[in-house]
Design a protein around this ligand. Sequence first.
Ligand code: ADP
Ligand code: MG
Ligand code: MG
Length: 907
Amino acid sequence: MTTTPERTARRAFVLELHEGDRTMAGLLGGKGAGLAEMSRLGLPVPPGFIVTTEACRAWLSGAGEPEGLWDQIEAAMLDLEHRSGLRFGDPSAPLLVSVRSGARFSMPGMMETVLDVGMTDAVAATLVARGEARFAWDSYRRLVQMYGRTVLGINGSLFDAQLTELRRATGAATDAELDAAALERLTAGFRRILVEHTGGDLPQDPRDQLRRAVIAVFASWNGERARLYRAHEGIPDDLGTAVNVVQMVFGNRGEHSGSGVCFTRDPVSGAPGVFGDYLPDAQGEDVVSGSRSPMDLSELGRRDPALHEELSTHLRTLEQHYRDLCDVEFTVERGRLWILQTRLGKRSPAAAFRIAVELVDEGVIDLDEALTRVDGTQLQTLLHPTFTTVEGLTPLAHGLAASPGAAYGQLVFDAATAMEWTALGRAVVLARPETSPDDFGGLLAARAVITSRGGLTSHAAVVARGLGRTCVTGVEGLLVDPVARVATLPGGVTLPEGTVVSVDGTAGEVYAGQRDIEPSAVSTAISQGTGRGTETSDRTVRAVLTLLAHADLRGHLGVMANADTPEEARMAKRFGAEGIGLCRTEHMLLGERRVLVERLVTDENRAGALAEIEALALTEFTSLLETMEGLPVVVRLLDPPMHEFLPDLVELSVTAAVAAERGTLDVMLERRLATTRRWHESNPMLGLRGVRLLTVLPQIIDAQVRALAEATLALRARGLDVRPELMVPLVADVAELTAARERMEGILADVARAHGTTLHLPIGVMVELPRAALTAAALAEHADFFSFGTNDLTQTSWGMSRDDAEANFLAAYREAGIIATDPFKTIDEAGVGALVAMAARDGRQARPGLGLGACGEHAGDPASIGFFARTGVDYLSCSPPRVPVVRLEAGRQAVLLAGTRSTSDTR
Ligand code: ADP
Ligand code: MG
Ligand code: MG
């Protein structure tokens, strides 16, 4: 084939490794940028070139193979032949290449790679003639299988089945024991699968193999697991993947060859020192597939100290260069070391904290940067409870502690069942012989994962750590039979599907039944300011406390809690809350106390009911304010629709009908029914609630305000510094606010006068309706502060009731790609966020000192906190257990905002 000189010169879609560097991940993908950077550093990387993400995007747009792409690839192949001294498809000096996916953001195992491209009958024959029959057939069968799966879309289990059958027939325990003759038979068998399923054999022109493999790797960007992974990780769908074409080096070339995966530190605990697995006479992903148990790197060090030393040196170079934990793939071909990939290593949440702080100790990074290396979601998982220690409890089985945590659930044996049962609201534990990328959905759904095979760098282990799922791998003697849906323990005990087990990912143990759990060491330490536990957890605890303290120093956002009771308030304070940003008063009237509201609305001794409500409120406010002495407590007036306090209309109607039938219907029951019917609303969320009660039941507001005033004055008389504030919910128009304000101030003045003093409390408004946000300037004239109630603001902006949306169509919306994230979980910046930003701006313009807070679900969502920080709110108010998470995120966002460090490559 000929290439015109202009095209070769343009090279728009193809770059040589040495033309790139680590900053070019957008164009070259993370893997390509890493390979380029390692070449620059002088590490032993096999030569190759990169087809850019731009080429992939062009292909994804549906216009077919981009114009000029193939010419450029051919030119690059010529260069590669030149540099390697080998020739593609030439049996006397065959060049084989790998065709590897690699996107901007790491998506481990989610896309496809084809190895050994260039192997043909002629090449195999020459290798056989040279006495390398086993190597030849092993490489050939791998190519046929990967080509069949990836390029031709043949179901991989067809190949696996043949392989299993061959192992059985030859009595080989693992693939490594298959001899040349067996592998030759396997290659032929695999090729028959190709012919049967597609009508065509493996192309014998290596250029055809290459061309189709490149396109297949492009296409794997849109494979199912890649899409699922992106949705979960929030990676955009339009980036596309680069394709790395790299000269093959062979780990499957006998006992002095092999392949391995390693980390520059322990990605589970964060402990320093190289860490990894190595498998002799193996290629590609054999080492992580769990098909044979790999050896520890220290074992490799005993076998070949010089090689181990060389590897360790390269790992140190990489960690110093990237200033972070690196994850490295390497291969040894006849004693010679090759580095095939590096990227920032996925780590457990515990390791993330420990590594960040220890890199500070080592002088590699500073505390600001360390703070950007962790996030609130990771801290959240560290706050999860652990199992309560029980003396003498024996585990059912032991394995490797692959991803820390404590979880229990019902055993399931395949990803589909895991997803199905989870959708039904059950907690499940996924058990597999080993996992493959196809199990991703199951790993995502399960609370914990157990595999009978595989090491600490196996697929299950790596994915579970990334997702924060509890995981135990390599459970010795456990037999998992996904077909019969049963697991068998070494002693012969069987565990059928649905059996409840508890998985301790920190200790690497599996227990029968559901074990008790207790607060995590990190959570205990945060609330007590002390650490406890094993060495590792001590280090993690120390790291979390260090970074939290630094976050508090850096953060501009105040962190308050949504707390209704003194117990919640105490918990919030222990976790570092600077006040209560939202006290929902309705909890005082729920449960048995609902009758008070019923009496109020049925007009049956209304005065008596009101007096009781006021007395209750006085007691509750008093203890809440006392608990939070010295800190603000924002009390919100009664908010929910009345029907929440009244009997269910349908139930009551039935009771009344039955009573009428029996002739026992009395006046009381009739009256209850009439009242309930009168207060019934077909859409209570948009009905009579919040400030709107002012029109029909102002007495209840009076009672609440009076109680708060009495509590405040009594406590202040005792010398306590209590700081209550009042907040009006569901305001749409400024006239509602002024009416409420006038009424409340009147009551405050009355109570104060009776005590011979004065009392002014800050009065704020919840901005939770679009109309409130749109008229923020007017509201601000009459409000001391705004608190954004983003739950209702999301419901009313989208016109969706949260419960109905989540039950009925949000999941479908996500699947169809209509929405990327649940707007009730993470703030919808474009819509709801725009309203918040606008109201904040208009409000502050109208009243410069206006306080701004947010108290919806989003205020505790790590992914939303950056938005609030940028919008300039003063404080966030979240549920008490989330307070540390928000403190950490607030500090981290402040560092990111200040732009102290770029984090573009820490993802
Ligand atoms: P992934 O993104 O899933 O890690 P890779 O492209 O890294 O996929 O390749 C899959 C496996 O094949 C890895 O184990 C890798 O180390 C190995 N591999 C890739 N290219 C080569 C090569 N040129 N020589 C030897 N092994 C290779
Ligand atoms: Mg892979
Ligand atoms: Mg790889």
